[in-house]
Design a protein around this ligand. Sequence first.
Ligand code: IPM
Ligand code: MN
Length: 351
Amino acid sequence: MNKRIAVICGDGIGQEVIPQAVRVLDAVGVRFGHVFTYEYVTAGGASIDLYGTPLTEENLNRVLEADAVLLGALGGDKWDHCPERPEKALLLLRKSLGVYANLRPAVLYPTLADISPLRSEITERGVDIMVVRELTGGLYYGQRATTADGAYDTMSYSVREINRILRVGFESAMLRRRRLTVVDKANILDTSKLWRRLASEMEREYPAVSVDYLYVDNASMQLVLHPDRFDVIVTENTFGDILSDETGAVVGSLGMIPSASLGDGAGLYEPVHGSAPDIAGKNIANPIAAILSAAMMLEYSFGLKEEAAAIRAAVEESIRRGVVTRDIARDACSATTREVGDYITRFVEVY
Ligand code: IPM
Ligand code: MN
């Protein structure tokens, strides 16, 4: 197989974790006989520094021509006061690629149970949650303005936008433990009331899926009290942003959560953790979320299931062996970003 991948390392630790994911992809290429070619694209803060804008039209077009996109992180306090923030590039990329469905899996690896801030009575029942976050609508893309005496943001969703993400939620549940939790704020918001109505209509098409409905405040509490009660969570953009960070904490580190953003064309794959300027440049960032994002790319964009499984097995082995960065190290002894990348690359090549 021959694929062109647009690679945007981006800002902060994106520059450190993405090269590790690329090494792992190359190892997959060697072992399974695929050729991945990389088109490196500048975006975010790095692009503001170079071109004065978070994403040039030419670079956007280069991304749109790729078979899939691997992205590190965009943003950082350095650009807080720029007229256009680096994050704008991310929103533009998501919208232009049309990737409305953002899948964020959170798994607690048994050997990391004591890294989770939750008590063992809670974690011993296991945590394996897929957050399906709507990614191209809602507050992120609504009309907003700063007025003379205030500011406003608006959240709106069309029936079509809600139905297509609900469909991804139901289909994901069918492939997993067949439990779907619809998260909203239907006691207040009209958009949420519509989500609930459309979800209850779609329920009839999926009799095998058991569905429940939680208000987002309650859902955030249940996530720390009974994380094992969740299988797939489907929710709108902002709620999904917030809850996916929470699931990261529950499984021990946001450095473990990969993501796939899917639509009708090329997929976008990125770790959930962001640019983490406080630890950037120190070779201590956890590359696992980036590496697992590459695995999701192989599976979802290229249909390479065995290859994705080989990456996951290598990641599990590094965790089991304790070859991990300090955010998930169980004692004082931890590995660097590059050492974790070395171990996982080698494991993929050899086993
Ligand atoms: C994420 C990030 C982004 C988001 C930011 C950087 C715009 O927090 O991918 O979760 O809010 O979507
Ligand atoms: Mn976020």
